[in-house]
Design a binder for this molecule. Structure first.
Ligand code: NAD
Length: 361
């Protein structure tokens, strides 16, 4: 039976529309091959939305996102909007989208592709075969805890305050996403905290341990965050899925991503308890190369694969896209950001055509 999905497309700014066009072409081919029907609706977000409506996330865009099965976002922002007041900045639209869809789980894969191994700053034998997923809590912890602010003490000295807090329900919901994610991957979950020092981390560890009784098939381990940072660089292959809070996840997901060496290759997913997830590349809108047909569309295409795997439960279709990416890299096709001697330099559009060919072969 044909599966029907409503997908909201947010191409945004800079290279966004170019890389989104490639991802949509890829999804159209996949739709035919897997008996899927996509109903795409394009909406304004970021700088493009500010120019058209004065707001980075118009109410109509959020409403359309809420009423869809998944949201595919490219990138937002650019020099033109950098000096607007904070509530009118493109990034404010991104925070509004996360809050509006209650996206509390951020999934950031860091997978070394054999063809790009030399792009990593670490030695080949350390990174070869690395395939990590960092599950970061996105709407709680120290970035949102109260009290927060810069206050004056009794002596008149300034004192900056933030509060790291997690409730049991916040820990449990991210924990469940992480166990379920590990189940779709290698079956191993490492929970990262600082429970030797922080009470909030002690509660985190207690809850994750408790939850693991419901996921007996998943091998659970715990690491302190300082050790986790060290282990990521020392022996990253020991990790399969990592779950951690907002602050630790922010830092560790960037560190894990850089093991792979190339920003144009990294997708991400942000998920809520129910309702649509948002799938987007990790990189920004690259205004320096916008409109020049130089962008690497692969992170966007891999975000579409994550949408199929984690948002729409279509793992076979996701596998097909990921294999097509490997095929074009095997052929030696490279956009400028990945270029090295002896490879074929392609523009964004031509990379898209090569992917379509790989999918249809
Ligand atoms: P960036 O990721 O846009 O660019 C960093 C460098 O990487 C640039 O040299 C760029 O050309 C290159 N690059 C990025 N993606 C590429 C791709 N797909 N193919 C080839 N090269 C690529 O980061 P930045 O320059 O710090 O930010 C530019 C704008 O993007 C800013 O307005 C920033 O606020 C915004 N931004 C948006 C997001 C988002 O939409 N989630 C994330 C980060 C930055």
């Amino acid at each position: 039976m044909t599966q029907h999905y409503r997908i909201t497309l947010l191409p945004g700014d800079g290279i966004g529309p170019e890389i989104m066009a490639v991802a949509v072409d890829v999804l159209q081919v996949i739709a035919k091959q897997f008996d899927i029907q996509f109903e795409f609706k394009e909406c304004l977000m970021g700088g493009a939305a500010i120019d058209a409506t004065g707001e980075p996330l118009p109410a109509e865009t959020l409403e359309t996102c809420r009423n869809s099965d998944a949201v595919l976002l490219a990138a937002i922002g650019g020099y033109k909007w950098d000096n607007l007041p904070r509530h009118q900045r493109p990034e404010t639209g991104l925070l509004g989208l996360r809050a509006g869809l209650d996206l509390f789980a951020n999934l950031r894969p860091a997978k070394i592709l054999p063809q790009l191994i030399d792009a990593s700053s670490l030695k080949r034998e350390v990174v070869e075969g690395v395939d990590i997923m960092v599950v970061r809590e996105l709407t709680g912890g120290i970035y949102f805890g109260k009290p927060r602010g810069i206050f004056e003490t009794e002596t008149g000295e300034k004192r900056g305050v933030n509060t790291m807090a997690y409730t049991v329900s916040e820990i449990d919901r991210i924990g469940r996403v992480a166990f379920e994610t590990a189940r779709k991957r290698g079956g191993k979950l490492c929970s990262v905290d600082k429970s030797n020092v922080l009470e909030v981390s002690q509660l985190w560890r207690d809850r994750i341990t408790e939850l693991s009784k419901e996921y007996q098939d998943i091998e659970l381990s715990h690491l302190y965050v300082d050790n986790a940072a060290m282990q990521l660089l020392r022996w990253p292959k020991q990790f399969d899925t990592i779950v951690t809070g907002n602050l630790f996840g922010d830092i560790l997901s960037d560190a894990a991503a850089m093991l792979t060496g190339s920003i144009g290759m990294l997708p991400s997913a942000s998920l809520g308890a129910s309702g649509p997830g948002v799938f987007e590349p990790v990189h920004g809108s690259a205004p320096d190369i916008a409109g020049l047909d130089k962008a690497n569309p692969l992170a966007q295409v891999l975000s579409a694969a994550m949408m199929l795997r984690y948002g729409l439960d279509q793992p076979a279709a996701a596998d097909k896209i990921e294999q097509a990416v490997l095929k074009v890299l095997d052929k030696g096709d490279r956009t400028g950001d990945l270029m090295s001697a002896g490879m074929n330099l392609l523009g964004c559009r031509a990379m898209g055509d090569s992917l379509i060919k790989a999918l249809e072969d």
